[in-house]
Design a protein around this ligand. Structure first.
Ligand SMILES: [Zn+2]
Length: 173
């Protein structure tokens, strides 16, 4: 099982936490996402240039600079706001905090980079493994949070009930 530490990739365009990585995985391949990010930056750049030219016509040199700054930054703010809203909605459906306290009752899920959980990408199974400070690996599937056994077995641990919280999961895996 080949592990790659994905903490370095945490602060990408859309910031926040592993939810977005899982979302990106479901949207498409990594190169596809990179292309989308490139197009977004290019679109913001064009938007900045267009607004700079218009503002420059009206307000002179300051208009060029201010117009470009506004036209370039504002679309990023909109994209970030949409990203955060989507992340919040996914969170409301799948868990806030993202993960429950660990089975030993010690480790808590917090926003990056202060979480007690660390993330590893499991290439073989194409899934995200969350490891708490105790060293116990967990796997999250939708609203369910499983303990990962040494032989790869999944033991139900907790389940997120929207608007109610994390509860002990006693249904079989
Ligand atoms: Zn722990």
């Amino acid at each position: 099982m080949k592990m790659r530490n994905s903490n370095l990739r945490r602060h990408t365009l859309y910031m926040v936490d592993s939810r977005n990585r899982v979302l990106s995985q479901s949207i498409g391949s990594r190169s596809g996402v990179t292309l989308v990010e490139l197009l977004l930056v290019a679109a913001c750049f064009v938007c900045g240039v267009v607004i700079a030219l218009r503002a420059g016509d009206t307000y002179g040199v300051l208009g060029y600079f201010g117009g470009f700054a506004l036209g370039f930054v504002a679309p990023f703010a909109v994209v970030a706001a949409i990203g955060l809203t989507v992340a919040y909605l996914i969170g409301a459906l799948t868990g806030i905090p993202e993960y429950p306290v660990c089975a030993a009752g010690k480790c808590h899920s917090r926003d990056a980079p202060n979480s007690d959980y660390r993330y590893e990408w499991d290439e073989a199974e194409n899934r995200l493994i969350a490891r708490c400070q105790c060293g116990t690996p967990y796997v999250k599937r939708g609203r369910r949070f499983f303990r990962l056994g040494e032989e790869g077995s999944l033991t139900p641990y907790m389940i997120w009930k929207p608007l109610r919280g994390w509860f002990t999961d006693d249904k079989p895996a």
